[in-house]
Design a protein. Sequence first.
Length: 288
Amino acid sequence: MELRDLQIFQSVARHESISNAAKELSYVQSNVTARIKQLENELKTPLFYRHRKGVTLNPEGRKMMSYVNKILQDFEELKQVFLDSDIPSGTLKIGTVETVSILPTILASYHKKYPNVDLSLQAGLTKELIKEVTNHQLDGAFISGPIKHSVLEQYDVYAEKLVLVTKNKTFHLEEFTTTSLLVSNQGCGYRSRLEQWLRDEGLLPKRIMEFNILETILNSVSLGLGITLVPESVVKYLSTAGKVYYHPIPEKYSRISTVFIRRKDAYMTSSMRSLLNTIEEHRNINVL
């Protein structure tokens, strides 16, 4: 078993496709197929389900994947330990939730100071991003916090208030039972706060409608499709234009913070250290 075999396995698993993995790695497709079969023969077990649309990890493959991710991450960190210099460079894979209003400022400042670092940015929900940082798929992420996690450390970035957004100028709690909730998919920190509030009030929403894009949620509220819960800074421009109204909610549910997370045991490269310093320079957790 060679390191190259593990890299091929990881790529095939990620793409769920032999052909796409071959393109990513610049290998001939037949070579990728052969290496996967050789790996399965060596381990004496199939690692994938084969089907017409491609391949999918089976239980043994998922077990293998957890080890492969760790081995390849350790290998990358080993290289960084010896190749890292005082001048930040290389690639940082960073995740973020949609509503980090201070993020463009942080990234612009970082890029200006450290132009040799390639920042790869990936949007997602808090739950997904936590998983990807934990599994070494991302170097770090901006998420809704705070969190408690055994392998992650967090750095305060920003804090603000969540507000209820409606089409109408007034809103009463009873309307939750007659109005649709417009939310992101499971794993969104704002959705969790809203659902907790309703549980504590003993209220059941009329309907829950899920969307993948925050802008779509806000536009749908402006059209009277339902109501939602988002940070105040995100909705101010729509409120100023008179398209929606936002309302304060109980303080217990309104305070939300953005934190940056990374693995505690990950090697601290100069690129990551510089990013954390930039975050600290722009840190503002007193805007509530």
